[in-house]
Design a protein around this ligand. Structure first.
Ligand code: ATP
Length: 217
């Protein structure tokens, strides 16, 4: 069964770094679909500068023309903090025990996985698929992670084929060129009235200007 990919993020705003990561993972991991989950009230960082509704609207604009990309707003609609483990439990209940699920993330995010709420439960609910820069593998950096995360990594490292043959539990690495784009970069460029062209889809850039987002008070 082809896995469903799950890409959570603040998406404040969504940009081509996220979209290329998703597109490469769709292809390399043989996913049937990627669901984008804008975080409602991110536990890991200071409040987003714009509302969850705006961040969600920008994701919808960015993925509108991609048949395999889907916006899932459940985290922005929740009134409580967004924890990935809760979202995965809901998806499991909806999609059944057989459907492979792949939690998608960059290498930096993976090395912080142990800080996520109930992080070890995540591995029973989904595979984790990590994008790493070619020539800069996770294997070389895993010593930076705490022992328990290292153990999981070494025990669960799997092939792409494993992802479709099992519902959860593997950790796969995919070499994905990382674009030097971040939401932080885009926010600061807008605040400084500098160009953001070619860093994100034009529809998202237009939304930012029309709604006066990221402009200092
Ligand atoms: P910020 O700059 O506000 O911290 P961000 O651009 O890193 O934000 P997030 O919404 O925090 O974006 O990221 C969501 C996911 O996308 C994370 O798993 C992160 O590793 C990944 N990601 C972000 N930017 C890139 C990029 N340029 N290339 C590949 N993956 C990325």
């Amino acid at each position: 069964m082809k896995p469903i990919g799950i890409l959570g993020g603040t998406f404040d705003p969504i940009h081509y770094g996220h979209l290329r990561l998703a597109e490469e993972m769709l292809e390399l991991a043989g996913l049937q679909q990627i669901r984008f989950f804008p975080a409602g009230n991110p536990p890991h960082r200071v409040c987003p500068q714009v509302s969850a509704a705006d961040r969600s609207a920008m994701v919808q604009l960015a993925i509108a023309d991609h048949a395999a990309f889907v916006l899932d707003e459940r985290e922005v609609l929740r009134n409580t903090k967004s924890f990935t483990v809760h979202t995965l439990r809901e998806l499991r209940a909806e999609l059944g025990e057989e459907q492979p699920l792949c939690l998608l993330m960059g290498g930096d995010a993976f090395l912080q996985l142990h800080t996520w709420h109930e992080w070890e439960s995540l591995l029973g609910l989904a595979h984790v698929v990590v994008g790493y820069r070619p020539g800069y593998t996770l294997e070389e950096r895993i010593h930076q992670a705490p022992a328990r995360l290292r153990e999981h990594y070494l025990e669960r490292l799997c092939s792409v084929d494993y992802l479709s043959q099992h519902a959860a539990g593997g950790i796969a690495e995919l070499a994905i060129p990382k674009l030097e784009i971040s939401a932080t970069l885009i926010r600061s460029r807008v605040a400084e009235k500098r160009t953001i062209r070619y860093l994100l889809p034009p529809s998202v850039a237009n939304y930012i200007y029309q709604h006066n987002l990221y402009v200092p008070c």
